[in-house]
Design a protein around this ligand. Structure first.
Ligand code: SF4
Length: 66
């Protein structure tokens, strides 16, 4: 089933990893990264997102310095 929010999701998506087939399908994006112990791109700033490091450790480190 196609997602009726696909176009809106794409407009809001800050992910720059262009070949990803999950762009605009947020439920698939979250499930994919969660299974890897990661967060999706939208948790990160533009600068952070460009590193493609989606780890929870990186997210915490950037906010706490630890
Ligand atoms: S955050 Fe990950 S799964 Fe989501 S669109 Fe970007 S590369 Fe794809």
């Amino acid at each position: 089933m196609d997602c009726d929010r696909y176009e809106l999701n794409l407009k809001r998506c800050n992910c720059t990893y262009e070949p990803c087939p999950r762009k605009g399908n947020c439920c698939e994006c979250i499930a994919y990264h969660r299974a890897l112990g990661e967060l999706p791109a939208c948790y990160f700033t533009a600068e952070e997102e460009k590193t493609y490091d989606r780890s929870i450790e990186f997210f915490i480190k950037r906010r706490t310095g630890r």
